[in-house]
Write a protein that binds this ligand. Structure first.
Ligand code: NAD
Length: 367
């Protein structure tokens, strides 16, 4: 029996998987799992200079992955790729991902995230190369501030974007209210950043198209992904790697707002397993799936863990804030367990150790 026959008999997939943005953080981490489950893995990646300054193939990308350098907004790139491969499954990772940056470079974010998705869909039909399934990695950014509850009966409300005026007065939380976990089944999307709005547009466009043409859409809404392999040079992403680099240099980590911002830091190993599961699951069902760590921490707690790991001075609160940042975000991962048979495995403490250990092996790490 061949390896691919054995895989199929054990419920896994053969065939071809095409991964856009496959040379990025999540693409590289997922590549060995995909290469194990599929006969052929093709990655299309523009090698964006903000992520790949030297434009060389990432060392961690599984050697079985065929990397095509090309931009997903280009119809010619798509026609070239699809003349050579008709994917069974597509994992759409390619995106501009800077939340803060998206406010000043909205067109660039919309072009890659929205037009990149529509060009991909048009190309599948134009080339008669419709995949069976498209997995999209969306983001918790689609929820914005999410739902909060208030009063003795815990009535849910949507506070919307925190205004500059409130933030300048250091009014960080919504008074007399408590944030709720983010769950696609109960929380309405209400993005407060251009990035979040483009991710929601991606979701809606892909889902409408896929259901109309008979393709299975699987949307994962990822919380904050961190861990080995994350960019140590992209200044627009990766708060955990920045915290590690500051603490490693013996500096006190600065904390925005009052340090009590809550985030759900999910380790890349867990996310790679979730993306892989979304690609091969028998029936993931319709509707977005939240992916998080199963726990949530304040930024202060995460920074203290990192400072303690490096023996750095205690973090300090700056009171600064960034437009487009939300106050609290964490996922309810129950749906992921039911839909994908996936559960997160790593605690923040374990993940920080893995990230910090990996950083030690990287050449020329600077703040
Ligand atoms: N990392 C996170 O914390 C996180 C959280 C939520 C959602 N996501 C989503 O997951 C996906 C992957 O994120 P990541 O962390 O791996 O990001 P990344 O920046 O490391 O990787 C993205 C890859 O896409 C490529 N790319 C960018 N624009 C492209 C284009 N126009 N054409 C072709 N390739 C292009 C880049 O070169 C890069 O290799 C994105 O869609 C992102 O929105 C990530």
């Amino acid at each position: 029996m061949t390896t691919s026959q054995a895989r199929r008999e054990s419920g896994e997939r053969g065939g071809t998987v095409l991964v856009t943005g496959g040379a990025g953080f999540i693409g590289v981490a997922t590549s060995p799992l995909l290469a194990h489950s599929f006969d052929r893995v093709v990655a299309v990646d523009s090698m964006h200079p903000q992520i790949h300054p030297s434009a060389v193939r990432p060392a961690g990308l599984d050697e079985r992955v065929e990397l095509v350098v090309g931009d997903v907004t280009s119809p010619q790139v798509w026609d070239g790729v699809l003349s050579d491969c008709h994917p069974d499954v597509v994992i759409h990772l390619a995106a501009e991902t800077g939340t803060g940056q998206s406010l000043t470079e909205a067109t660039r974010h919309a072009a890659a995230n929205v037009v990149g998705t529509t060009q991909m869909m048009d190309a599948f039909l134009r080339n008669d190369a419709k995949p069976r399934r498209v997995v999209l990695t969306s983001s918790r950014a689609v929820y914005g501030e999410g739902a909060w509850s208030r009063g003795a009966d815990g009535a849910t409300f949507y506070p919307g974007q925190r205004t500059n005026e409130l933030l300048e007065r250091s009014q960080w939380d919504f008074p007399d209210a408590a944030p709720c976990a983010m769950s696609a089944e109960t929380t309405h999307p209400a993005p407060v950043s251009v990035y979040g709005a483009t991710k929601l547009a991606q979701e809606n466009i892909l889902t409408a198209w896929a259901q109309s043409v008979g393709v299975e859409p699987v949307v994962l809404r990822l919380q904050n992904v961190y861990g080995p392999g994350q960019s140590l040079i992209n200044p627009y992403t990766g708060i955990m790697s920045l915290f590690c680099r500051l603490a490693r240099a013996g500096r006190s980590i600065p904390l925005y707002e009052d340090g009590q911002v809550r985030r759900d830091f999910v380790l890349i190993d867990d996310v790679a397993r979730a993306v892989h599961a979304a690609a091969i699951a028998a029936k993931p069902g319709v509707g977005p799936i939240d992916i998080g760590s199963g726990e949530h921490q304040t930024i202060a707690t995460a920074a203290e863990l990192i400072a303690a790991f490096y023996g750095a001075p205690a973090p300090h609160v700056t009171g600064q804030f960034r437009q487009g940042d939300v106050r609290h975000a964490w996922a309810d991962v129950e749906h992921a367990r039911a839909a994908l048979g996936w559960v997160p495995e790593f605690s923040l403490a374990d993940g920080v150790k893995r990230l910090a250990t990996w950083i030690e092996d990287q050449p020329g790490v600077e703040i």
